[in-house]
Design a binder for this molecule. Structure first.
Ligand code: HEM
Length: 196
């Protein structure tokens, strides 16, 4: 048994990524001032290019694929962008983050990465609620930011159980490294969406 099993992986993940999360949230500044449509389009376009390369890699990891399969968000990102008025030709021409595929080297790394993706739904739930009623918002909201809706808490607990099982098999370190690497690459990739 490895010694790093003593601390709950969800506590360790939160601790390890609190700084990067705070910096990313601040740099994006999505809710500062009156949130405008064009800023959310750029944000979702960058997420689209990230998920397009990350999701196929997560689905290749044997222990994670079944858990991740219903949590894919690429289709939701695409339909949100279309609902926001993004033309099909523009969608097809969006850049993709090739390095995202290489982040996923193991089931443990994939678990750390899924922590980042699933955690983003907590903030996304808050964001989606605060955007409700704005004239440019699609009637059903931005589902790619808030894919679980009323189930957000339950889905987060389900992810916690999955991560703890993985921790019991691999220890904490490779899961933490996966989450840190994902935050670092995502923050770099999202730079065009930062508030200037
Ligand atoms: C793509 C960008 C983002 C990523 C990857 C991300 C990631 C995460 C992660 C991993 C967590 C889980 C923290 C934990 O372990 O409890 C989290 C929570 C949260 N995030 Fe973000 N986040 C992002 C953007 C934002 C933004 C822009 C906001 C601003 C509203 C935000 C607000 C929150 C809130 C309110 C929580 C819940 C904290 C709690 O329940 O105590 N996030 N996010």
């Amino acid at each position: 048994m490895t010694t790093d099993l003593a601390t709950d992986i969800m506590v360790s993940l939160r601790h390890a990524t609190a700084g990067p999360h705070a910096r990313l949230e601040q740099a994006l500044g999505l809710l500062k001032g009156v949130p405008d449509r064009s800023r959310f389009i750029v944000f979702l376009e960058r997420l689209y290019g990230f998920h397009s390369r990350l999701e196929p890699a997560l689905l290749r990891q044997s222990a994670c694929a079944a858990f991740f399969q219903p949590r894919q968000r690429l289709g939701l990102l695409e339909s949100d962008l279309i609902a926001l008025g993004c033309a099909d030709s523009r969608l097809r021409a969006l850049p993709h983050c090739a390095e995202a595929f290489g982040l996923v080297q193991s089931d443990a790394a994939a678990t750390g990465i899924m922590y980042v993706l699933e955690g983003a739904t907590l903030g996304g739930h808050v964001i989606n609620r605060s955007l409700a009623g704005l004239p440019w918002m699609p009637a059903e909201g931005l589902r790619s930011l808030d894919p679980h809706g009323a189930e957000t808490g339950a889905q987060w607990r389900a992810f916690g159980a999955f991560a703890r099982d993985m921790q019991a098999q691999t220890g904490s370190e490779p899961i933490l490294r996966g989450a840190e690497a994902c935050f670092a690459l995502l923050a770099d990739w999202l730079r065009p969406a930062f508030r200037s």
